[in-house]
Write a protein that binds this ligand. Sequence first.
Ligand code: ATP
Length: 306
Amino acid sequence: MEQESVLRTFSLTKLYGGVPAVDHVSMNIGRGEIYGFVGRNGAGKTTLMRMVGGLIRKSGGGFELFGCPDADPKEYLVRRRLGAIIEAPAVYPSFTAYQNLEMQCLAGGVTDTSVIPRLLERVGLAYTGKKKAKDFSLGMRQRLGIAAALVGKPEFLILDEPVNGLDPQGIVEVRELLKSLNREEGITVFVSSHILGELSKLATKFGFIERGRLLQEISASELEHACRKSVTLYVDKIAGFADAMRALGVKDYRVISANSAEVFAELPVSALAFALRDAGIDLLRVIENDVDLERYFIDLVGRSAQ
Ligand code: ATP
């Protein structure tokens, strides 16, 4: 059975002065996913999120939220199932955490304020008492913003760059909070960042955007697979290579040419050399490929520009 979509966009486009900020983007976020939206500054992340959040109008294409088309007059009903922080969190600096959430309840028409203590507990701000938001750390303010977005009990949370500017501790706190909201309350999360590494420990699926275009959607496990360490071996001949790999117990390799192959395994070079020699092959050169996440992204963007 196909996974239920929480957000699906179809050729969604936004033009500013005739220039596309979001250019025919078709993406799909399934229920239960943590979707990491990765792109450099100005790539179009915020613009797409603003369209989906109903803050700006689209120029073309469309989207469905919980299966409801954006053109549907009842779309406002599904919008209630959504919580968002796009750009800065709506935090009132001279209010305490509790007062901030009271304001949020008021703004969102939530009459039952008994949710507030539980929400503050949930985001780790239950003990901030009379402290005003302006005296909070950036990470605390971000968590307060998330609590505010949770007031209406959303099933889908859209967060634009929630870890931007946070120190490593703050990043971990926000990441763990989002993971637990996803795991324990089944909230689907759509989160952007310009740093892939920041989302790599959080997202279950990634969408890469560059100059308004969606370059790729990839699951976390596919990305991990694509970023694995490998070695490229240059040999005098490739015949017998498969025997050598079998002898080493290596299944994950690919022959590149008559004189080279890529092996995805961490093995001592000596072990490779011995196994190849036993198969009648001379090992001429070894290159270690350490494809990290940022490299993967840069390569992807580089390929899109060609
Ligand atoms: P950042 O991380 O810097 O916010 P982003 O990926 O969110 O980047 P957007 O803010 O969506 O990118 O911007 C995409 C493009 O659209 C940029 O070139 C930006 O200058 C342009 N843009 C965004 N908002 C407007 C606007 N209101 N008027 C004109 N151009 C805009």
